[in-house]
Design a protein around this ligand. Structure first.
Ligand code: ZN
Length: 498
């Protein structure tokens, strides 16, 4: 039973959340549908929504209700403590940052984005460097407003993955690096080579039909969501209305398929969060790394596996009969699991992807520690790329200028991708232990057992626990790279190192 202040707090939080869903929808529409000359009005709409959202989230009544509910004399039931803890975190963030600072950061992010886009086009890192320096200065100030001036990088990591720190991540990434670099080297020395140019001229209509069948079978509820096309694939919205996007290339049908399965993993998580508590800690995802664990689990452990292809290969061949006529099952499966280091993170396979993240994490950490100056980033990037990927970018476009994240001041975001990969592998083995016949289910086209397991253990949990505690309680082990290395060795070892 909820007390009156708890009921009132939830109503306030859910009103702020509802405003957020409107903003989110405007953002989705901007990426998917917006006519080119309509951007001006969209910017005004978004600015108005930001104002309304800020007013709702910083409502002083929320502060009063929190103070009342936090009275040490009247401890709350566990579920309500989750709501109050998360609401406090969000309320402090919106009320402790001065309005001037928020405006300055927003304006700078817009300028820095354009400076980055120009610098990338012209391969001009020095033109962008002052904007990045300013972002770092703003980041330090932001951390200080929240009382985290002693460890500003940890503050940003915690924004994405509550409870996580640079030291904890650093230790895990160091272990991963030690094991992963030699594995990649031996895969590259293997006489087995994947051909990624096997499937040419696969019509978009066929691709669209196939990925719709696949994602529906995985459990995505199209009564409460949809998939459209955008320049960069993403998933937005909530469980009540989940919007996914993909993009098509007739010569790369696996791209649209796997990006759709990835976004489906995000979408399934959103659709599985407790709807009645949306906008509160009980109805909220547990952080970016946990979110990413859901997308990667479906994309990699499930959809790059033999059982998945046993189920879907016949239909794939039926739709693309001409394009697959000369392709054997083994060739197709190898193409699904190709490993080839690339300079560009977004083009990376699931094995080498982690090395791209380790590179960015190590550089971000040094930037915040003052051990690396922005002007020295390109050199540091090239050296790290050589060490980790065995590849040296010929220019900064293929190096330090490739990602958009830093131009928006999004620090501490990259690690979530790799944390998600580690957690996905741990969940995979835990799910297999709970149901050893999981892959037989997949081969028969039944993915409901895995989804049910995730619904129970992850989705329905909301933000009751942070990533570390969640992994511990579901898998019985600490979050670590061990399961990821085991999984990569099993899958890629069998293919390449026979
Ligand atoms: Zn993702």
């Amino acid at each position: 039973m909820l007390s009156p202040p708890a009921t009132e707090l939830i109503a306030k939080l859910q009103r702020a959340q509802l405003l957020y869903t409107v903003t989110d929808l405007l953002g989705w529409d901007e990426q998917v549908n917006l006519p080119p000359a309509s951007a001006g009005q969209r910017a005004e709409q978004l600015a108005l929504m930001a104002e309304l959202q800020h007013a709702a989230a910083s409502d002083p009544r929320i502060g009063a209700l929190l103070a009342e509910l936090e009275q040490p004399s009247a401890p709350l039931p566990a579920e309500q403590r989750v709501i109050v803890r998360q609401a406090r975190r969000d309320y402090d963030r919106v009320t402790k940052l001065p309005a001037d600072f928020v405006r300055e950061k927003a304006a700078h992010s817009s300028h820095a984005y354009h400076a980055w886009a120009d610098a990338k086009k012209g391969n001009d890192f020095p033109g962008y460097a002052p904007f990045l320096e300013k972002h770092l200065e703003l980041a330090r100030r932001e951390a200080a407003y929240l009382g985290r001036e002693a460890a500003p990088y940890d503050y940003f990591i915690d924004q994405n993955d509550p409870g996580m720190t640079a030291d904890v991540i650093g230790a895990m990434f160091a272990e991963l690096k030690r094991e992963l670099v030699p594995l990649v080297r031996s895969i590259l020395q293997s006489p087995v080579k994947a051909r990624t140019d096997l499937l040419r001229g696969c019509p978009v209509e066929g691709q669209r039909a196939f990925l719709r069948e696949v994602t529906e079978r995985l459990g995505f509820d199209y009564q409460r969501g949809r998939i459209d096309v955008s320049l960069h694939p993403f998933c937005s919205g909530t469980g009540s209305d989940t919007r996914m996007t993909t993009r098509f290339n007739v010569d790369e049908p696996l791209d649209a398929l796997f990006s759709s399965i990835h976004e489906t993993g995000h979408g399934l998580y959103e659709q599985g969060l407790p709807a009645e508590f949306v906008g509160t800690g009980l109805g909220m995802h547990a952080g970016m790394g946990v979110h990413e664990s859901q997308s990667r689990l479906w994309e990699n452990q499930v959809a790059r596996g033999r059982a998945f292809w046993r189920c879907f290969e016949p239909r794939f061949r039926e739709i693309f009969a001409a394009q697959t006529a000369a392709v054997s099952s083994d060739e197709l499966y190898l193409a699904v699991n190709s490993v080839m280091p690339t300079l560009i993170r977004v083009d990376a396979d699931e094995v080498t992807y982690n090395l791209h993240i380790i590179l960015r994490f190590e550089l971000e950490k040094k930037l915040f520690a003052g051990e690396l100056a922005v002007r020295d980033l390109p050199t540091a990037w090239r050296a790290a790329s050589k060490e980790l990927l065995g590849l040296e970018p010929a220019n900064d476009r293929e190096g330090v200028l490739q990602d958009v994240h830093w131009s928006g001041g999004a620090f501490g975001y990259f690690p979530s991708y790799c944390l998600g990969n580690m957690m996905a592998a741990q969940l995979w083995y835990a799910a297999l232990a709970a149901r050893p016949a999981l892959e037989d289910d997949f081969a028969r086209g039944d993915f409901s057992q895995l989804l049910a397991w995730l619904r129970k253990n992850i989705h329905s949990q909301g933000r009751r626990q942070d990533m570390g505690a969640l992994v511990r309680s579901v898998t019985g082990a600490e979050l670590s790279p061990k399961a990821l290395m085991r999984y990569l060795r099993e899958r890629y070892g069998a293919l390449y190192l026979g």
